[in-house]
Design a protein around this ligand. Structure first.
Ligand code: HEM
Length: 243
């Protein structure tokens, strides 16, 4: 008699979710550090920007590279989020059961999972806004262009919320991956789990502090730099509504 075939789809989906999550987490770790180049100097942030536009390789800047990169990240982001959707509680009864479980068990790993679900949900919306803006305006990045966006195009609050969400989501995700892939097994699972948890929390704090300092610097430049010419140009564009 033939044995019943095992459905491998859930395992495959799980693997795709973990690997896309790993790529996104590594991307974001690099992203926030490169972006923090503003803390060194405006020139340094400008150098990092043109490096990504291929200047040091081609001798010219190609902002299209940023569009390509943002499109690639968007595709990975969408794949990762779509697969995660199946883990959301999809009715009120499931939601209630989950909440009661969290309250009754008081198990930190379950609470971490809820944080991941919530931050993932938030990022679905605000992460997409940011990615689309980067894709559509690839040449509009730099110490002054970015500061203008943060202050005068009111992206600061959105970036702050995105920062808190993405950093918590990424490091909780890496912790869960390490657990899933067996890094915490061994003589004393309890001790290694506590160590990884400490590392996760430390990284969350470091990245939120660095990201917040960078945002503060962009805000400072946005407020103190003279953008009157840009504002004049923008008000001319507003005139286009009528003419
Ligand atoms: C290739 C794709 C991406 C590019 C080119 C990009 C580029 C940038 C740039 C240039 C800034 C500085 C502010 C500005 O100019 O508006 C910024 C800020 C930020 N980006 Fe991205 N980004 C990308 C993808 C993402 C993704 C996928 C996320 C998370 C879901 C993200 C999260 C953030 C956050 C949180 C900030 C503010 C960081 C801080 O507080 O210092 N970015 N991004």
């Amino acid at each position: 008699m033939r044995q019943k075939e095992i459905d491998k789809t859930p395992a495959r989906l799980d693997f795709i979710q973990s690997s896309t999550g790993l790529i996104l987490a590594l991307f974001i770790m690099g992203h926030i550090l490169f972006e923090a180049s503003i803390l060194i100097s405006n020139e340094m942030m400008y150098k990092v920007t043109i490096m990504f536009e291929g200047y040091y390789f081609f001798g010219e800047t190609y902002p299209g590279i940023i569009t390509f990169l943002a499109a690639a990240i968007s595709i990975i982001f969408i794949i990762h989020a779509s697969i995660a959707l199946r883990k959301f509680p999809d009715n009120y009864r499931q939601h209630k059961a989950m909440k009661e479980h969290v309250i009754r068990m008081k198990h930190e790993d379950t609470s971490l999972w809820i944080i991941q679900l919530t931050t993932g949900f938030i990022m679905f919306f605000i992460g997409s806004v940011h990615l689309y803006i980067m894709m559509a305006n690839p040449s509009n990045i730099g110490p002054f262009a970015s500061s203008f966006r943060v202050v005068h195009e009111h992206m600061g609050p959105l970036y702050f919320l995105l920062l808190i969400s993405v950093v918590s989501h990424a490091f909780i995700g890496l912790y869960r991956l390490a657990m899933k892939w067996g890094f915490m097994e061994g003589e004393s699972t309890k001790v290694s789990r506590a160590r990884y948890k400490f590392l996760m929390k430390t990284m969350i704090v470091i990245y939120i502090v660095v990201g917040t300092l960078s945002l503060a610097k962009y805000t400072y430049i946005g407020v103190t730099h003279d953008f009157s010419e840009v504002k004049k140009f923008k008000s001319k564009i507003i005139d286009l509504r009528a003419h």
